[in-house]
Design a protein around this ligand. Sequence first.
Ligand code: FUB
Length: 679
Amino acid sequence: MGKLLRLSASLLLASSMSSYADNPIFQTDFTADPAPVVVGDTVFVFTSHDEDGVDYFTMNQWRVFSSTDMVNWTDRGVPIHNTGFAWADKDAAWASQMIERDGKYYFYVTSTNKGPRAIGVAVSDNPAGPYRDAIGKPLAGPHWNYIDPTVFIDDNGQAYAYWGNPTLYWCKLNRDMVTIDGKINESNMKEKSGHNYTEGPWISKRNGVYYMIYASHGVPEKISYATSNSPEGPWTYKGIIMEGGRDNEVNNFAFTIHSGVIDFKGHSYFFYHNQNLKNEEGYTGGFTRSCCVEEFSYGADGSIPRITATDLGVKNAVHNLNPYERVEAETKAFSHGLRMDYSDRNNVYVKGIDNGDYIKVRSVDFGTDGAFKFVASVRAASGKGGIIEVHLDKKDGTKVASIGVEPTGNSWRELEADMEGVTGVYDIYFTFYGQNSDMFEFDYWYFIDSAHSTPQTPYNSVPAAIPGKIQAEEYDLGGPRKGFYDMDVQNRGEAFRNDGVDIYESDEPNGFAVGYAQKDEWTAYTVNVEESKVYGIKARLSTGNPRSGIMLYLDDELISDTIRTADNNADWSAYEIAETETTKTLAEGEHILKIKIVGDWINIDWVEFVDKSTGLETVAKTVQSGIYTVYGINGKTLCRLRIDSDSHIPSLLRTKGLPNGIYLLKSADNSGSMTVIVE
Ligand code: FUB
């Protein structure tokens, strides 16, 4: 269509003034037919996606969102496109539902097959997908009545599928979840029955009672429910849950509603859709719908109450959001004027950011120590850029941080801003200002608290000795920007430490390496240069990219050329030792050494500084008299010693019962240190 989708909300003012959640819950595209499902600690909502500017149910893909708190939703992209079902016609990616069985996720959809409708099933190893067609043909259909699948596994393991308009059909599913067991049945719920059944069934079970919630009364639809003591019916009509219709003053209902219900963390939630969002031309209608959610409570007798649609939605978050962990920019309670980029399945990010746009994130708990830094990962093209401001509780509430975004070329960059120790719980607003449209892209953010404002200290308590070997994973304590700079906050290798640097087990027993290293990332080490001189350098590296490399800096001054491995056939497990020497004399004393990545994708096992004059990798030196603390090579304090200028230190160490090995001695007044070999 080529038309830029820009959504605004008719209830935007009321919503953004409120400290409550915001309906509709997804604002960057039109979404319909919400199908919630709980997987562990996370709620996933699968939706269909109404195209903008259409006058029929024109839908080409499904969408999936997730939340752990029921107020902030993360856009997880497109689980499968209509074209993922080779047998499906275009424009017909209608209502769906996902269910888990035996560690696999089954996604049941409505599509069409050469005109009539059909139920398809796709499968994935991950709840958010990507999904692939499980059987290469419709599970049921083609048949003009076959829409809106809902699926359920009973306590005895028997799975059932239901669907249909204007009759409710059902069948048993085999354990494989992708074939039908027996025949397709018609239930007693039909258009002209006392149930006023229309479409959009939703099956659930609670306290031994089977609930069938469904769109009823033709169009404009209401939501009603029926119950049974068997998943196979017959069903007894119980009443209306939500009134629809255009005459409703609270809510701008579409002529369809389509609902889904879950229990999550002791609360019950009712999902539906309305037509409250408008496109940038101010248009809305029954074919451009948006999903909403309300919290409700079952009656003591198990009845479902009348639920009123609100613009506020869920009032209380299930838990507060931790801002000190990486939060995706596409995680939000509400936003204005943004779009999402789904081109990389593994990394949805926010784009289409114009002057005045904003993102609202609810119930952010800065704790009692307080946030001292705001970090945002952004990308801005040449000639673009803008400002991200962080405000508390309102779009124009107290401003606590501001980042200027300059062009970053093709790279994502973490930019940061200092803050004055914000404490407590707030809704936060990221507001975007600047001259251009599409000012920059926004991938993720996090804050740094005072716990991470701890001073930079050596990993092993004492500075690493030069000459000597420095294990890459033993970078300084102190957190981001002190001990390291890593572009993402997770440890992708999941080994050794867990503060954001990617650390993997190396090829050696009990060995580790810093890996997944990207250009401009660095790790820092407090070192002690024992003697002013030019040192030899050895670096044990592996890389999948001949252009990968590292450079070494001492107190931010470059001390090496680019150190690369030889072209090693992109074999990550083939570590090589690259050899060179410092490009300048390293001054005696304590410094900060940085290993900086200058070419993406390299693993660093260790870097060693070698005394070229002796060939020894660790040496002892002339001693000043005084009290020294003795540390093991792992940084553990072993004992204290009085040393005189004529002491034979290895013998002294032996008298303390220390075995052969390498020891670091540091004078009590910090005036000197040395490495001693006992052999
Ligand atoms: O989204 C297309 C159709 O509209 C669904 O299949 C129905 O349930 C109604 O919501």
